[in-house]
Design a protein around this ligand. Structure first.
Ligand code: GRF
Length: 292
């Protein structure tokens, strides 16, 4: 059990003792302050007392553990720990000079033309900013676009992504509220899907549920559409769940498929649709979610 905690929190044995000590002392301090606070009032109704007790504990607990963490040298661990809790509760959206700021990370493995459009749209946006470009390919074009816009980048590796912490601590440290998949080919691990419920958006170059799933990306999609003799294709922007190309659809747009089309010419038409819609759909989803 202790071993599992040590692995999960990535701490040494000695640090684990200090972290658990902080939890214990922080909890006791919080209980003590709550009791002292409530003693100042005469509350006879048990239900009201219980509710107030619970409320005070919930509000004071983060402050108590943070306070105790300072002398025990664990402030960094606990401020990250509390950030993670806030993120899980969907409360990570920050205020900057009284203004809400939503930070997005773009995941892209390819040329990054969609990523660039998104960076352009949010470059001077009052609500949304691109805080990070994540890629699994060190040479991906998307990384160069990020450099043009002065956006931080993160190169990820398979082992840590699929069998480690899925880079959650890095995303949390960068204050990422939303994840945008713009041509990212790896399947998203469930830890990440769970951490960003309805806050991860993908774009697919076809009209889902047709032509989606494992292996259906890039040219393979357009080849399949042409081979099936479809008269129209399009794009699907959708929330991400644990299956490939499967989450709830947010938006679709269509374009014709001509008899003379090749996968390249169709890809070109689809790209135009993506560039015309993706960034504005992201903007709409986020704006509506934060109620602005
Ligand atoms: C787009 O066609 C998108 O639909 C798919 O990957 C492609 C990325 O293109 N998910 P780009 O790298 O943004 O040009």
């Amino acid at each position: 059990m202790l071993h599992r905690l040590q692995k999960k929190w990535k701490v040494s044995g000695w640090q684990l003792v200090l972290v658990l000590g902080t939890f214990a002392l922080g909890g006791s301090l919080c209980g003590f302050i709550t009791r002292e606070l409530l003693r100042q009032f005469t509350i006879e109704n048990d239900f009201i007392f219980g509710t107030l007790y619970f409320l005070c504990l919930t509000i004071l607990w983060p402050f108590s553990v943070l306070l105790i963490s300072i002398p025990l040298g664990q402030y960094r661990f606990f401020s990250n720990y509390l950030k993670r809790i806030r993120n899980r509760l969907g409360m990570s959206i920050k205020q900057d000079k009284g203004q809400t700021i939503v930070t997005v990370a773009i995941f892209a493995s390819g040329s990054g033309s969609n990523a660039r459009k998104i960076m352009e749209r949010f470059q001077k946006h009052p609500l949304i900013k691109v805080g990070l470009l994540v890629s699994n390919k060190p040479g991906a074009g998307a990384l160069h676009h990020a450099a043009d816009f002065g956006i931080s980048t993160l190169i990820i590796e398979k082992e840590q992504f699929f069998r480690g912490d899925a880079y959650l601590p890095e995303l949390e440290a960068a204050g990422i509220d939303y994840i945008i998949l713009a041509g990212f080919l790896w399947k998203i691990p469930s830890a990440l899907v769970t951490a960003y419920p309805h806050r991860m958006i993908n774009i697919h170059p076809a009209l889902l549920p047709k032509y989606g799933g494992k292996g259906m990306y890039g040219k393979f999609v357009h080849k399949a559409v042409i081979a099936a003799g479809d008269k129209e294709s399009g794009i699907t922007i959708h929330f991400v769940d644990e299956q490939y190309d499967h989450g709830a659809t947010i938006f679709q747009a269509k374009c014709p498929v001509h008899e003379t089309d090749t996968p390249d010419s169709l890809a070109e038409r689809i790209h135009q649709l993506e560039h015309a819609h993706f960034a504005s759909v992201i903007e709409k989803v986020i704006t509506e979610a934060v109620g602005q």
